[in-house]
Design a protein around this ligand. Structure first.
Ligand code: AMP
Ligand code: MG
Length: 349
């Protein structure tokens, strides 16, 4: 199978969207852009079509899918949402905030991994919205990356990884934000932040009053933290070992030292001057860093160095989502001052 690559220049846009919508209607899979990252979608009402998403991504069956919609009637078709919450969502949607809600029977069990909840998202991207609208059904769409790999933010990368795994790919270049949507559990009070992302926690607090924050939101749980080991599995990870040095002074010292030779430094514009060897500049503000992060992980994999080392960023606005991804992608998190070189040496064998 080789995916149709669908162009979106002025001449091809409508034809491409019609082709993609027909594929969705006929039970196929389409990779499409959203404002956050690329999604890998299928008809959310069709369990066989949704099974293809899990297969294409190698996604474990116990990791449920987000359902994307293009209007408020569709929200009501897939989930129970109370009137007060709906009023707020009408101010926020379309936008990069996903809500966890009680699911309706229209959504097959495979989408929700057997649970009675569903994640609903109304993306702020005209191509995504037109595709859903033309398909006439909600589209189940997790991020388009292969399971455990960095999310896809550029259509060339989608083509490279997925051309033999899906029916079509919409070739729409780079996405706007570069990290996934924020996920808020609206089935409990206070609402709980499950995953930080492109919609800021500061804005959530303004909208909903104080929300609670799930302990996994910082992203520590799935990585190995130096001095507090306990690795389960990684997420969003480049193939090469990525080391996160959380203390900025320690990071700057390391990348300016001789020992950093086998490492590519992933750093801010401001810290680039400290890098003695290879570096990838992520940007000069946190939105730029978010935009470039997953792209940089792929560049790291393509480069010559064996390892990557990354700094931490302030965890306000989109920075909370950035640091969640960075921690989950890291092979090793170095949190505290201590024998940095010893810790690194023990982990580059
Ligand atoms: P992805 O779109 O690949 O970034 O992944 C979707 C995210 O939504 C994953 O972190 C899922 O665990 C989460 N998710 C989707 N549906 C549910 C659900 N019903 N309950 C809890 N988490 C969910
Ligand atoms: Mg994902």
């Amino acid at each position: 199978m080789s995916a149709s690559i669908l162009k979106i220049d002025e001449k091809d846009l409508h034809k491409s969207l019609d082709t993609a919508a027909n594929i969705i209607k006929n039970g196929g899979t389409v990779v499409f852009p959203t404002e956050t990252v690329y999604g890998l979608g299928a008809n959310a009402y069709d369990p066989e079509a949704c099974l293809k998403i899990f297969k294409a991504k190698n996604r474990p069956a116990d990791n449920p899918l987000i359902v994307t919609v293009s209007n408020f009637d569709m929200v009501n078709e897939v989930a129970y949402i109370d009137a007060d919450l709906l009023k707020i969502m009408k101010k926020v949607w379309p936008g990069p905030l996903t809500l966890l809600l009680k699911k309706k029977d229209s959504i097959p069990s495979i989408v929700a991994s057997g649970m009675d909840t569903v994640c609903v998202r109304f993306p702020d991207n005209q191509i995504a919205l037109s595709l859903i609208e033309k398909s006439g059904v909600p589209i189940a769409a997790p991020s388009a990356n292969l399971s455990t790999k960095p999310s896809i933010v550029d259509s060339n990368d989608a083509i490279e990884d997925l051309k033999d795994r899906v029916d079509a790919i919409i070739d729409a270049g780079r996405v706007r934000y570069g990290v996934e949507s924020t996920i808020l559990d609206a089935t409990k009070k206070p609402y709980e932040l499950l995953r930080p992302g492109a919609f800021s926690v500061e804005d959530l607090n303004k909208l909903f009053g104080k929300i609670s924050i799930n302990e996994a939101a910082k992203g520590y749980k799935e990585s190995k933290v130096a001095l507090t080991p306990g690795m389960k599995y990684r997420h969003y990870a480049p193939s090469k070992r990525l080391f996160l040095i959380e203390n900025e002074e320690q990071f700057k010292k390391f990348i300016s030292s001789e020992r950093s030779k086998p490492f590519t430094a992933l750093c801010s514009e401001e810290n680039a001057k400290y890098a003695k060897y290879e570096k990838i500049i992520l940007g000069s503000d946190i939105y730029e860093v978010a935009h470039n992060l997953f792209y940089a992980f792929r560049e790291l994999d393509k480069g010559n160095n064996k390892f990557g080392v990354i700094q931490s960023f302030p965890e306000n606005s989109i920075g909370f989502g950035v640091m969640n991804r960075v921690r989950k992608a890291s092979y090793l998190i170095i949190k505290e001052n201590g024998d940095l070189n010893g810790i690194i040496d023990a982990n580059i064998q």
